[in-house]
Design a binder for this molecule. Sequence first.
Ligand code: AG3
Length: 280
Amino acid sequence: QMDLWFTENHSDSVRFSIRVDKQLYSEQSEYQRIDVFQSLEFGRLLALDGYVMITQKDEFIYHDMIVHVPMAVKKDIKNVLVIGAGDGGTVRELCRYSTIEHIDLVEIDKKVVEVCEEYFPEMTVSMHDPRLDIHFTDGLRFVRRKQGEYDLIIVDSTDPFGPGEGLFTPEFYGNCYNALTDTGVLVNQHESPFYVNDAKAMCRAHERIKSVFPVCAVYQAHIPTYASGHWLFGFASKGLDPIKDLDEQHWNSLGIKTRYYNTELHKGCFALPSYVKEML
Ligand code: AG3
């Protein structure tokens, strides 16, 4: 009986381990270390620089929440910019909307896309959708030259160190503001409020977004394989309100079947624990 474990070092004092059957892939790309494991409980697991990015068992939670929340608030979304997200999960959920005409996916690391196409076929199903243009470049640089053209920007990045660092800077958020239409929405993965270092990163990112966007809200989801299991997303806009502008009837009429998101949960996920509210 093999006893093989994947361990993520959250910090010097917290580790998170998942028993695995075998390691399927491991390589240092130009940007980061990419690992794929096969596990019993979570199916396949993708880690970048040692941190869990997705597992087959719980990726639906993250991708439902990063895509369907903004899509239900603004129903005429046509042009979308996605930054990071090389695993394909976010694009897969976006492509379920026939109203979307075009998606620019900006992923810095081509290797992530290649590895996921091989090991996570259920996540990369839409990576060849005719509406999708993939750009292998730095998202920070890509948004600089964009002006009022996107209805939605989704920042599906790694944590604020390593290749993802630039996607948490004031400059980046300012450029996202400029790249959005007047009714545009920015959604980002907002880190976790629980462990000290994650909470610091979360607060810093939130402060910076708040200094650029008039409407800023934070919503939560339970993601078992991310640090502490309590993960946040940021919703920012030039005016649209994440709850008041939700059109439940409209979204439900689309007939998009989801395993985590629903419009009841949409209203609930913006209600935050008191200790989190105090941090914002
Ligand atoms: N994006 C990474 C979210 C942050 C994970 N951080 C962590 N585990 N410390 C996930 C990519 C899914 N498309």
